[in-house]
Ligand binder design. Structure first.
Ligand SMILES: [Zn+2]
Length: 362
């Protein structure tokens, strides 16, 4: 199923909120935000680190964001007579709204335009951060959603990707979900986020350079060939259907890491066909079930959509989902320690073929 109606409203502080409803809903706008919120904070600052040629976002206002509130004060549940949440309606299917504590936004105070501090250029963190609620059920999880709801979520993410790609200064749109307190989740309600980045993120820069080099050398698309090689080999494939394959990368960095890619090269979610969108839910839910089944308890995970950049290098992008966990055993977490955090050199404790076998055996 996809959404039947799309209703955009403004919260009391001017932030946008959009309902994606699976049934016709003509009364969403009848529920205004009754809170008297202060104006949203100004945008973050980007500082350029010349030593590694990377930008860092500094967003001091995020220190005050809501941290693991009790369930009767959950800002992502629908509004109840006793508590006005971020979502004014008494129920919803999928809802997206601008983050109250954004890492990037277009609210730039005039005195904060580009300046340079010695060797470190500074610029405003222009962009946008949104929150995506997958269900109004506080105690559910993405893995417990029906495939029809996954389709609605994919369509909502595609809608947001298309719109946010049009914003001034946006370099890449990144939808993701952090799941579990072990990952650092600050709200239990099932939700994801979308970042519209003002510069191409470091990992994407590396991927673009690798794809460019490969294309120049072979005349071929890198991700297409990696996916074909994984499908031909099969040792690390977890699941596949007509349109998608899920596999553990041969050089996985994380104890349990899966990439889920469409067989047809598309730049981003908006470019997926109807059939590809429908085929995604069942295979993704299967992979999530395998993750949770590994140790018989919910896996903390990060689920990340890699989409093509908006500008230069867009033709090199191949949409894929990267899903990984920091749990390496029932009672052990993988921490990014010296080698990974200081040097960026990953040491994986689990052989990828073994991880793939464990995931297939669930
Ligand atoms: Zn909730």
């Amino acid at each position: 199923m996809t959404f039947k109606s799309r209703t955009a409203i403004r919260l009391s502080d001017g932030r946008e909120l959009i309902y994606f409803d699976e049934q016709e809903q003509s009364h969403r706008a009848d529920h205004p935000d009754t809170r008297q919120l202060p104006p949203p904070p100004p945008t973050s600052q980007l500082r350029y680190d010349p030593l590694v040629d990377e930008w860092v976002a500094v967003a001091a206002h995020r220190q005050t964001r809501t941290f693991l509130p009790p369930s009767d004060a959950c800002p992502l549940c629908p509004t109840k007579p006793t508590f006005a949440s971020e979502i004014p309606a008494p129920d919803y299917d999928v809802v997206v709204f601008e983050n109250q504590f954004p890492s990037f936004s277009d609210r730039i105070p005039e005195n904060e335009i580009t300046e340079v501090t010695g060797m470190v250029p500074v610029r405003p963190g222009v962009g946008r951060c949104e929150v995506v609620c997958f269900t109004s059920d506080h105690n559910s999880a993405f893995g417990a959603l029906p495939p029809s709801r996954v389709r609605t979520v994919v369509d909502a993410l595609a809608d947001r990707t298309a719109e946010m790609s049009q914003l001034d200064g946006v370099a890449q749109v990144f939808p993701f979900e952090n799941r579990g307190v072990e990952i650092g989740v600050t709200l239990h309600h099932p939700h994801g986020q979308i970042y519209a980045y003002p510069t191409v993120p470091p990992r994407t820069k590396l991927m673009l350079a690798a794809a460019r080099t490969y294309l120049d050398r072979t005349g071929r698309d890198l991700y297409t060939d990696v996916l074909a090689a994984e499908r031909a080999d099969g040792a690390r494939v977890i699941a596949a259907n007509e349109h998608w394959t899920a596999y553990v990368p041969a050089a996985a960095r994380w104890p349990f890491e899966v990439q889920l890619a469409p067989h047809r090269k598309v730049p981003d979610l908006p470019a997926l066909s109807d059939e590809e969108r429908d085929a995604f839910g069942p295979i993704y839910l299967d992979v999530l079930r395998r993750f949770d089944g590994l140790f018989g308890k919910p896996m903390p995970y990060i689920s990340a959509w890699h989409q093509a950049v908006v500008g230069e290098g867009r033709e090199l992008g191949y949409l894929h989902l990267q899903l990984f966990s920091i749990r390496r055993a029932a009672d052990k977490l993988k921490y990014l320690a010296g080698s990974e955090s200081a040097m960026g050199f990953f040491v994986n404790d689990i052989v990828p073929e073994k991880a793939a076998q464990m995931l297939r055996d669930v």
